[in-house]
Design a protein around this ligand. Sequence first.
Ligand SMILES: Nc1nc2c(ncn2[C@@H]2O[C@H](COP(=O)(O)O[C@H]3[C@@H](O)[C@H](n4cnc5c(=O)[nH]c(N)nc54)O[C@@H]3COP(=O)(O)O)[C@@H](O)[C@H]2O)c(=O)[nH]1
Length: 756
Amino acid sequence: MNDHLDRDAVIRALEDRVRKLEKTNAVLMQAAEDRSEAEHGAYDLFKTNATLEQKVGERTASLKLAQEQLQKSLSLVRATLDSTADGIVVVDPQGRVVDYNERFRVLWRIPQDLARAGLAFALLRHLGSQVVRGDSFVRRLSALAYEPSTQLEEEITCLDGRVFELYSTPQRMEGKTVGRVWCFRDITERKRTGELISRLGHILNSSSNEIYLFDAESLRFVQTNGSAQRNLGYSQDELREMQPSDIVVGLTPGQFRRLLRPLHAGREDELRLETELRRRDGTTYPVAMHLQLSQREDPAVFVAVVQDITERRRAHEQLHYLANYDGLTGLANRHQFGERLGELLQLARAKAAQVAVMFLDLDRFKSVNDTLGHSAGDRMLQEVARRIKWCLRGTDLVARLGGDEFAVALPGASQEAVDAVARKVLKAFHRPFVVDGQELYSATSIGISFFPADGEDVDTLLKHADAAMYLAKEQGRGNHQFFRSDLGVQAQDRLDFESRLRSAGERGELRLHYQGQFDLQTEAIVGFEALVRWEHPQLGLLGPDRFIPTAEETGSIVELGNWVLRTACRQWRAWVDAGHAPVQMAVNISVRQLRQPDFVDQVLRIVREAGMDPACLELELTETGLMTDADLSTGILERVKAQGMRVSIDDFGTGYSSLAYLNRFSIDTLKIDRSFVREIGSARDSTAIVQAISALGSAMRLTVVAEGVETPAQAEFLRAQGCHVAQGYLYSRPLPPDAATQLLQQRGRDGARSGR
Ligand SMILES: Nc1nc2c(ncn2[C@@H]2O[C@H](COP(=O)(O)O[C@H]3[C@@H](O)[C@H](n4cnc5c(=O)[nH]c(N)nc54)O[C@@H]3COP(=O)(O)O)[C@@H](O)[C@H]2O)c(=O)[nH]1
């Protein structure tokens, strides 16, 4: 704009000069004439005139040149103005628009007529209508009219979201302010990009992943994020002096360069690897690294995104451990044993060698668990694992298969060598196990099978070793047996038996028989004991001694016990509905049932569903079962009693009794075991025990029931001792429901009268 104004000034100056020269010329001409006349020297006049003409010619040429230059500058200024991305407007001190460029008009969406009108204030109002807080904007800019020399620089936000930068500078000429230039620049995109970059920078810096940018040629780090610096313990500046091979464990610069070759050559887009990084303090940590080449950067850089996978590795290792090892003993588990035995068999096959497999099952471990609790059982298993390992070589495999079962594989061992190892293991059990200060004695039964003679795969070898172990149990426990082909059939039979028992209730194969209990004074029936039987399709009617131990071992006793309870309660209801006076119903409860967390609720639900009076239900528990966890039993019995049910101790005198606990347990009935009743009169001890139990019952105000009463003499003796109730073949055998109903019809009324 200054050039535009200079042009007028220059032209005016030049014209002024021309006029002055013409004047001078005229004066000189006049002077020449005067002189000619005066001096009559024509020659001099001519000379002077020629000189003057030359000067005028020179001046005219220089004026033309100046005009040409001025035109050039003007066109340059115009072109610059039109090609700039900024919107520019020039106003004079009187508020008239002197000039503006097209960009200014477009930027502010100024209608042509408004632009042409050239009124600065009208334009300002138009601008104000488009910006946020437009009134204040107009006021601020108008105020500048009174401060001609002030420079202004500010950011304007438009209502449509665009952001402009505004520069306003005074226009000066020869030291005077002759106007003001306004310049507007659209910085919307720049601002957005800036914000985006700062957001991205923040995200990258706070990312838990480490991010490294390193030069594609020198491989020097050019940029790293906060996570990288924090994890490694180096500052940004220190890292700029380093290369990836300084922090990647086990890679020389050359090896690292070779690793990057496929990316460099464009053969691969990305590279993923798991490696380890070394921190400043020398410690290392595992990472997953993702590498890419960014050609867009100049110069090109590699971008490495690195994730610390310490936790992932740890979790993976832990999972691997849990999947393959027994957490209690640290030995391999069944899965790992199978895998490794499989490998051993492959090797043995190639070398035509044999492999022995031992199956070990602890003898009576369950009673340790039941009487001393699980944590004592666990400690014993840990010691067992140590002792077994101690008997083996480093190349042998040892595993805990679960519970109290262990397995051993002995590669390349002869029958004699395996025999010796088995004896050594058995001997290792001769020393007592000290748990909680108590000395416990345990033994193990060992079954042995051989590859390839007894089986060619892991499952068969284990199955056959297991079958041989059962033989060892049958042979009196605490010994070892080698597999024989006839044992395979027995093992299969056992598996079939277990699985059939599990679903016996569902298939309607269970039966409940009822044995009457009689008042020894009146001989009236006062109750029944429910006794289960299994109608096995091949083996016929089985007594509980044949299948209850298996049900307890496999856990199916819970299901089976609930079936018994439900059936007995329904039978009681049926008798009452048929008009019989209510009698007691005794149901045997196994310790595993009692230990179910919802045992009492379960019993109550069954009782309520059947519509039975809880006071008529008597739960029969064994002494040993109750003493397994006396505190727990006390709590359960209290809840049972609170619901009005009765509790009796079965087989009293045969188990581990503590009179102190007996007092604590809320019980109603003591049942004298039939082994004592059988020997009444023939064995002094038994007779004395029967007398003592009867006296104890009377003293504690408990009902005393004698089991297995077979003779009138026994009944007479028991009656004399004050025993209240008798159960035995003398009165009735256990009967199926119909026969029991008949018995109730015959002897029920008296029984109802007598009560307990
Ligand atoms: N957990 C559960 N245990 C149960 C259940 N049903 C029975 N059992 C227990 O099985 C054991 C054997 O019972 P069973 O073969 O039925 O024998 C009972 C009677 O038949 C037998 N008995 C009764 N009177 C005489 C007799 O005069 N002489 C003689 N030799 N035997 C006789 O005694 C068994 C009843 O004993 P008890 O239970 O101790 O009163 C047995 O221990 C049952 O507890 C069940 O559902 N769940």
